[in-house]
Design a protein around this ligand. Structure first.
Ligand SMILES: [Zn+2]
Length: 221
């Protein structure tokens, strides 16, 4: 990696609005130190790529807590509008991430582990692993429910025949199944909001299959 440009503390004193690790909402964080690095790397005699990395130490103007923020981009990762896609990394990691579903301890132990690891992947901005995890959760549910079929598609349909799943739920699961396939075989990273929505559906499925029947059996003996 060859650094061709380095700007030190150019943004000191400016503020950025981010969720505070301490205050319960977004607050202005002052940049107390910043280092902007960028460079170019030749890929072949006719083609260079460029990269850029902004590193900041921030201090919350409300509670004085310290955060490290890094924004990176490069010429090989563009938005549809042609602008470079910016990746933001914050340390400590924000707990804006999702919490596990209620009564997640009622899930079978093998499923519980995959579920918690997938949430961790989501909260740590690992979209490829999160996509694979969502597929693994669906695989595990179909196995737990002994849903018959030669492939995952047939097994999801089997859940409908068993009465564990509605037709609408199956349609969404089929989309999730494709999503997981893409993560595993094409290593495609999905957008955070796509994954978050997919995980909402997973939570609904797990409630319908595990936690609601548990409470129903306790209530209507
Ligand atoms: Zn704060």
């Amino acid at each position: 990696m060859t650094i061709s440009k380095k700007d030190l503390n150019k943004k000191v004193g400016q503020a950025v609005k981010i969720g505070c690790i301490n205050c319960s909402n977004e607050t202005n964080h002052e940049i107390v130190c910043s280092i902007q690095l960028s460079g170019e790397e030749p890929i072949d005699p006719n083609y260079d790529i460029w990269w850029s990395q902004e590193n900041q130490i921030l201090q919350c103007r409300g509670c004085d807590s310290i955060t490290f923020r890094q924004i990176s981009s490069n010429s090989e990762d563009m938005e549809y509008n042609g602008r470079p896609r910016e990746h933001e990394y914050l340390y400590p990691n924000r707990s804006e991430g999702r919490d596990p579903m209620d009564d997640e301890h009622l899930l079978p132990s093998n499923l519980h582990r995959i579920y918690m690891e997938t949430i961790s992947a989501l909260n740590n901005k690992q979209p490829v692993l999160a996509g694979i995890g969502i597929r693994a959760i669906i695989e595990t549910v179909t196995k737990e429910r002994k849903s018959k079929g030669n492939n995952l598609q047939q097994k999801i349909d089997g859940l409908v025949h068993q009465g564990s799943l509605t037709d609408d739920g199956a349609k969404i699961l089929h989309k999730l199944r494709v999503l997981g396939n893409e993560s595993a075989h094409e290593v495609k990273a999905h957008k955070p909001d796509e994954l978050s929505l997919a995980f909402d559906v997973v939570d609904h499925l797990l409630k319908a299959v595990y936690t609601i029947p548990y409470y129903a059996s306790k209530t209507f003996k």
